[in-house]
Ligand binder design. Sequence first.
Ligand SMILES: [Zn+2]
Length: 507
Amino acid sequence: MRKYKNKWLLILIVFALLGSCGSKTESSEKEADISVDTVPESENLNQETTETTSQTSTTALASTTTTLLTSTTTTSTTTEAPINEEAVLSASYQWGPSEETKILQTVLNLEVDGWYGEATQAAHLQELETRGLNLDNVPSAPTTTTTQSPYPIGLQDPSACYLTSPGGSIHLGYSRPADRLPSTGSVEAVVLFADFQDVAANQTTEEVFSIISPGGESFFNDQSYGRLQLSFRPHHEWLRLSGPSTTYKEAIKTFDAHRDFLQEAMDLADASVDFTGADAVLVVSTPNATEIGYGPTFMGGSWGPDAYLSADGMAITNGVTSGADLTYWGDLWYPHEMGHSLGLPDLYDSGIPGRAGFTRPFSLMDDIGSTAPGYMGYSRWILRWLDDSQVACVADDTDVMVTPIENAGGLKIAVVPVSTSKALVVESRRAIGYDGSLSQEGAVAYYVNIDRSTQNHHGRGLGQGPMEVLNNAQALLVGGTVTYENITVTVLESGAGGDLVRIEVAD
Ligand SMILES: [Zn+2]
């Protein structure tokens, strides 16, 4: 086994985030001393203008009521009532439309439209000066009438809802971690098949591959609304690794040994496989090697030659190996592991009394075998599968209609920032597609917490997860309400088109 030469260079080599999400699983994680900078991705701000609802912010100007007429309230020019012209000229007016302005315009011999604008102001000033009267009550054009908020009442620019990246190999901040897979466009994974000195494969590689594909590709195509195209490049040959399966059972528990496991298979295949252009490597262990119970994700980095996989001049920082549980989980096993390769953390192992996970039944990052394994809407947003225009970033009390996350298009999530590391999110879940077995449809409210000092990320202990569905992980029905921090969410209406939710933000 190779050893780190530069152990001090490594931070959060988060590894062994397990594919099998149950009580039998464990996870291990390796941390080192310095931060790996994340690479902020371009912020998708140009989308915002497409969703704007023009709204003019009006400025309330002080309006002083003044008795303008000496003997009548009519403004008709045909009445005979005398007008106290000096009182009219000296009165206060509001910029824009008013009944009082009609009388002023009559005195000024202007066209009477009741609109105090620049023409009325000019004539007003001239007449006051001519008569030697005080100019103090002449209104000015309010400067704020030209300022328009592009967002409906209670909403703000979606960038105000970006959670600040905490750095590291995986997290739920808006900027994606360095060295993880691209989340849009094409991702190519070379697939190798391995058996062991003591366990020869008893199926064809094609049979085993059929567990993974085409289910894996289909899942990402669906979840990303067509934005991520996963393709596998399988090399259909059993590669015999040099040691017994028990060696590899141990290898998956540490970063170095797991990397060597992957690299050994790559080296065996290198003569006949071109790794050029590969984004990731998946080494499928023959499922009858029962010693290898699960298959974790390798999260390498670009900080040193011992940090990544290499072949054909490629430095590959994302890899996964499978275990015997592949046959149990089926075609959503790889999408869970690849979720880590995309930078998403696990959501199981919550430590909440009565709950095994933070979000289940929602998200396969919690439970691959759940009734609604679709990725959470927030995760889809930070993976750029949702545009900013599909996010309502809430600033104040407002009503938001969120449409089912399972269907493409429309407003998908309401996000209420609590801090730069915490937000409340609401989305709509329906028994559609991959979520087809969901028993309780409705609005799902959850918080996202990227502050590791309060996160229960591996091995429990801190009490809060990186994400947690509120209301005891149940969807909210009409009339249902939940409060988190200073935010209260109430479902007003619900139907096939989604959920109308009222969001109240207390001061
Ligand atoms: Zn995992």
